[in-house]
Design a protein around this ligand. Sequence first.
Ligand SMILES: Cc1cc2nc3c(=O)[nH]c(=O)nc-3n(C[C@H](O)[C@H](O)[C@H](O)COP(=O)(O)OP(=O)(O)OC[C@H]3O[C@@H](n4cnc5c(N)ncnc54)[C@H](O)[C@@H]3O)c2cc1C
Length: 417
Amino acid sequence: MRVLVLGAGVVGTTSAWYLARAGHEVVVVDRQPLPGNETSFANGGQISVSHAEPWANPSVLPQVMRWLGKEDAPLLWRWRADREQFAWGLRFLRECLPGRTRQNIAAIVALALYSRGCLQALRRELRLEYDQRECGILHIYTQPRAFAQAVEAARTMRQFGLDRESIDAGRCLEIEPALAAARHLLVGGDYTSSDESGDANKFTRALAGKASEQGIEFRLDSTVDRIIADGAAIGGVRIGGPAGGEVLKADAYVVALGSYSPLLLRHLGLRLPLIPVKGYSATLQLAEGSPGPTVSLTDDEHRLVFSRLGDRLRIAGTAEFSGYDLEMNAVRCAALMRRTRQLFPDLQMDGEPQFWCGLRPATPSNVPIIGRTRYPNLWLNTGHGTLGWTMACGSAAALADLMSGRPAAPAFPFVRC
Ligand SMILES: Cc1cc2nc3c(=O)[nH]c(=O)nc-3n(C[C@H](O)[C@H](O)[C@H](O)COP(=O)(O)OP(=O)(O)OC[C@H]3O[C@@H](n4cnc5c(N)ncnc54)[C@H](O)[C@@H]3O)c2cc1C
């Protein structure tokens, strides 16, 4: 069958790859000149299976209350007269109930574990290079209360079969000696040796290159204006932008438009519980010989991740609920650098940090929306929130199985909406 994949982020590009692998003819459409140019551009780089807990959990609410109204807080909710954002907030509260959180963790872990296996197999097969590191992820805690909760959370994650080890500050330094100058701040950590990191953008572009070589067509610089219904099914997709007014037709359509997915589905009567949540990153070119972390780190207190990507260091995180606004907030950029200096005072960089922000396609549960819609030839692969890089390959492989009439491997609640 001929399939049109809408969106060439990490989710759309992997979807195209696995669909072609399943024998379909695939065309990918994206408004950007290159694949992976929006949210998949400069994320935290973590393949974080063992820290797959969603934001919505019973312990998050007191923290959110503490952060309310602080411009440099890790999580910033900007009050807007926006019905979608309000409805999303209510659903988020429901997902904080212990039973719901446990169910969501189970779904995310199943998909993320499957996804890591798919990524590793793809990397081996295609010899993909994307500054990957298989050194695990070290999560550090600087507040005793948060560490105590983390010891409990690690126990829960071990029940899901994950190798999350609670460790003291001394062991944190053995794993990542570059933390030595921050020794006085550390109260403990947890380490997951099977987690990985790598540059999602390099991966997406490398995979798109291989996909093009194998005959997958990328229609770039092409904005999707409308998905056109034809009776009970989808009849085509209208492309606008510089290409102007063409209707592309296929047997099936996949929406992998990240945060913009709901905007192109609303007129079809499909309302996705998905809003954009802005995050920031800074990429530092390290000076030759500069000390710096090599193991991917998560700083629990500031909700920041640090990933070494070759001779660069990527610092990413924070969450801002401010609609589709992509303006850079200088206060938040400065907060990233302040914390970096606090943890790694001896770091030396070449040139200035490259700041970036992107919109996470966030569902209230952080469980992505994958499956068929009520239009039999319209499929969704979107809403991957904080873990789109972690879950991309598995989501795509599972979608390709479902679209090819085969059962998908992970025990995951695929949708039918
Ligand atoms: C600061 C930050 C840190 C993060 N860190 C991590 C991490 O460490 N690990 C992890 O697993 N995840 C992380 N994420 C999340 C991850 O980056 C996202 O979940 C993932 O990139 C989403 O991929 P996507 O393909 O769904 O969306 P996108 O990459 O945004 O792709 C959607 C594509 O659709 C295209 N598009 C949109 N509208 C149209 C239109 N009308 N016409 C044509 N094309 C259109 C866009 O151009 C884009 O290329 C992070 C996110 C942020 C913001």
